[in-house]
Design a protein around this ligand. Sequence first.
Ligand SMILES: *Cc1c(COP(=O)(O)O)cnc(C)c1O
Length: 461
Amino acid sequence: MTTKEKSRVLEHQSLELLNQAVAIMEESFTNANLPSYDSSLDHEQTMQLQTVLNEVATRLKDNFPYPHPLYAGQMIKPPHVVARLAYTLALWFNPNNHALDGGRASSLMEKEAVANLALMLGFREHLGHLTSGGTMANLEALWVADRLHPGKTIVASSQAHYTHSRISEVLKIPFKSVPVDARARMDVAELESMLQSNDIGTVVVTTGTTATGSIDPLTEILELQKKYKFRIHIDAAYGGYFKLAENLSDHARRVFDALGEADSIVIDPHKHGLQPYGCGCVLFKDPSVGRFYKHDSPYTYFSSNELHLGEISLECSRPGASAVALWATQKLLPMETNSLFAKNISTCRKTALDLCQKLMHDDRFTVPFEPELDIVVFAVKAQSASLSSEKAKEIFARAANAGLHLAVANLPAQFFKQKMPDINWDQDTIACLRSCLMKPEHQEWLPEIWGILTNSVLRNS
Ligand SMILES: *Cc1c(COP(=O)(O)O)cnc(C)c1O
């Protein structure tokens, strides 16, 4: 694993597989009733293409090393090779999943892939589709929520993704933030006192917050729902795939087993689903909400009386290639318990727990709580919150220089006060180190990660 060994970070042998697959697609033209047409490039065109491509490759070198196991910072990892290849294959047709007229095969593949996600998350019936990402998926869910409870307030925890308050602003829906407890979970008592005002239409439950991977107490919120009758939307953009993990805490297990009781769910295949960016998904339990999307397009839906995805989606043109890539990934790596896909998700959580153990046994660091998913956050011990924050940023920079890429997150002091009672709380947030251990390879590389991290702590601290 040393840097001296030959490295092959960017797999490319698989590119050869594309030739045969493209030849198979070509058959659709040889069998079609079309005159011959040749799109081959001549020598000069090929040379020009190469010049530009090489320039692009040179430009792209200016990036953090996302595909390497020592990149353990933000929620970023390259797609699975099968997603990369299937996406590329689809580009020869460039299907548009807005309508069957624009993408017949890829629309069907989208319906199948989305049905698999719905099944995995626990919806027996569903209406859903892919989106450009979690933001658009959440926007559709909140839009539908507002159609059903017009004028009522939407609430999400103070640790929910900022997209919810911003979307509510865009949609002109009243929005309130619910305080969290010391484990960054929505505080149910606070929620209940807000519900007593009777103006809350929808509660957004985050199962895997973006900063710390914390999981709101869905089962208690479902109990409150019986009394106060509100809609539950689950933001599982990051956490959704952890439903398949075999090593969750009891709390997380209860929540993931109850996902199917919510009214809508968002999951991002481009986060933990091994997909290229541009792949989110929104799912509704009640298919009849499709009525809200109703519109008449004068020029779109003519090839078939079957459901066109554009009839149940706010975005119009959408990449069929995204659906093709997701479908291919699910084919190679079925989303079943005990599958390789599930094992890899479990491995990510195990790596986070292992790193957490090491941090807890090292008196230079403070871990606020055990990770629920694969995100670990930790503070650096110091006399004050401001000094601790400074040290975290220094370690972040030193580790990056030594090849280990972490992230920094500003978290409320509330998460740390119990564990760091003696320090001077001169500010109400603390800059912490944050690591998303979302590659299964992080497990094998943990000794390396730990070595660089501890070496990056300044000697005099
Ligand atoms: C990433 C994320 C979002 C936003 O999704 P995008 O795909 O970045 O648009 C929303 N909610 C949560 C919990 C997320 O982790």
